[in-house]
Structures are given as C-alpha cells and as structure tokens.
Design a protein around this ligand. Structure first.
Ligand code: SAH
Length: 235
C-alpha cells in the first residue's frame, strides 16, 4: 500500500485541468510577439489599436492543436485544406495600413482560421468575412462564436464579388493573392475607403488602394507571399 500516495499524487497531476498559468503564459508569449516581431524596428508597426488587438486575440486557439506551440512564432502556419494563417507581422502590417479608428465596417476576403477577422473585430464595430473553402468557413464561424466575437459575420463562398448587401465598406482586406485587383471590391469601398491586398503570383506585393470619389489611388507597400486567391478572379 506504500505506493498509493504516489499514485494519487501522479493522477492528480496528470488530470489537472488546463492550469490558469497557461493563459498567463500565452498572454506573455503574445506580449513578446508584439514587442519583438511587430512593434520593434525596422518593422515598427505603431498603431496602438492594432498592437492592443494582437496582444489580446488568442492566436493559439486559431491553429490546429499540433502546431499550437508555434502559434506565436514569426512565420505562417498550416491550418488545413492547403491553407495558412498569415505571419503575425503581416497581420499587424495589413491591419495598421487600413487606418481604423473604431467605428468602421470592414470586409475580409479569405477568412481562413478567422484570426485576422478577430483582430479586426477587436478594433471596429462590424466585420464581414468570406471564405471559399466551406469547411474552413464553418470552423472559423464556430470558433469566432465560441470566443464571443458577435460582431463578425462569416460567409462561405467566393469573395470576388464582395458582399453587396453590406457594402459600402470603410476598409477591405484580401488575404489571398490575386493576379489583378477585383473590380467589385473597389466598387464596394466607401469614399475615402481603403483596400489592401496581395497582387501577383510567384512575385507578390501588398497594394493599398484608396478611393477618392471616382478615383482610385494605388500604392505598393511590401513584397509578400500569400496563398493564391481562387475562383472567379482566375477566369
Ligand atoms: N486571413 C486568414 C488567412 C487566410 S489564408 C487567417 O487569418 O487565418 C487565405 C484564405 O483565402 C484561404 O483560406 C483560402 O481558402 C481563401 N480564399 C482563396 N480564394 C478565395 C476567394 N476567392 N474567396 C474567399 N476566400 C478565398
């Protein structure tokens, strides 16, 4: 009977629910991710709303459990169906480039895991997001709901045509690389609205489009590498 206390002690250890310390550790990892990979020069994302949102959203819950240990590392990760969650810095860079101040209505094309949508939802009042791979859209919808993001609407489908019923948008973000800028997305920008998207195939660049009345100002801002946008944009 001498071994019994040991057995009890071991069982107690292994059956312990996820310790509260885990959340604290993850929060610390996020702090470090933001400080070292996103805010630090030469990258230098400065927008406080973007940084605060990225300190808050539990990125490790947006990736498959087998890669959760790398959730706060400085690279993209696989999320299934041949798709990826973007590198944290790219999420920060694109979010900052949208110049959000809190009241906006934003459209995302390429929901993937739902992480970028959650970051946006921390900042703005309403987020609409479209994902062409139906099971990913369903998973992201369930995940965002479980995490309490009630201001995000997820739709399964091709984002090429945007979301006409909810347009115009103050900002639009596309997180898959398009060979050209989808016309319907430009048309769904409000006056002064911003669109950011990766344009290209083997070589890609992030482009920011700003609507000024009937004019569209385009600016290339950063070389990147995204998964391809599929669907109508390829026709
Ligand atoms: N923003 C995502 C990263 C997504 S990767 C995140 O935070 O996790 C790009 C996603 O765009 C993929 O899931 C891909 O399936 C989706 N996609 C590609 N073409 C699309 C299209 N035409 N319409 C909507 N989604 C598209």
């Amino acid at each position: 009977m001498l071994w019994m206390p040991w057995l009890v002690a071991l069982t107690a250890l292994s059956c312990r629910p996820a310790p509260e310390g885990d959340d604290v550790a993850r929060a610390r990892e996020r702090e470090q991710m933001v400080a070292q990979q996103i805010a630090a020069p030469p990258r230098g994302v400065r927008d406080e709303r973007t940084l605060a949102a990225m300190r808050k959203v539990p990125r490790h819950l947006f990736v498959p459990p087998e890669v959760a240990g790398q959730a706060y590392a400085d690279h993209p990760l696989p999320i299934g169906h041949g798709q990826t969650i973007s590198q944290p810095y790219i999420v920060g860079f694109m979010t900052e480039a949208l110049h959000l101040d809190g009241d906006e209505k934003v459209l995302e094309v390429g929901t993937g895991s739902g992480y970028q949508a959650a970051v946006l939802a921390e900042i703005v009042s309403r987020v609409y997001t479209i994902e062409i791979v139906a099971p990913l859209a369903e998973e992201a919808r369930a995940r965002l709901k479980d995490l309490g993001y009630s201001n995000v609407e997820v739709r399964a489908g091709d984002g090429y045509q945007g979301w006409p019923e909810a347009a115009p948008f103050d900002a639009i973000i596309v997180t898959a690389a398009a060979p050209r800028i989808p016309e319907p997305l430009m048309e769904q920008l409000s006056d002064g609205g911003r669109l950011i998207l990766p344009v290209g195939d083997a070589v890609q660049e992030l482009v920011v489009v700003t609507r000024r009345g009937d004019r569209f100002e385009k600016k290339r801002v950063l070389p990147v590498r995204f998964v391809p946008m599929t669907g109508e944009v390829r026709h």
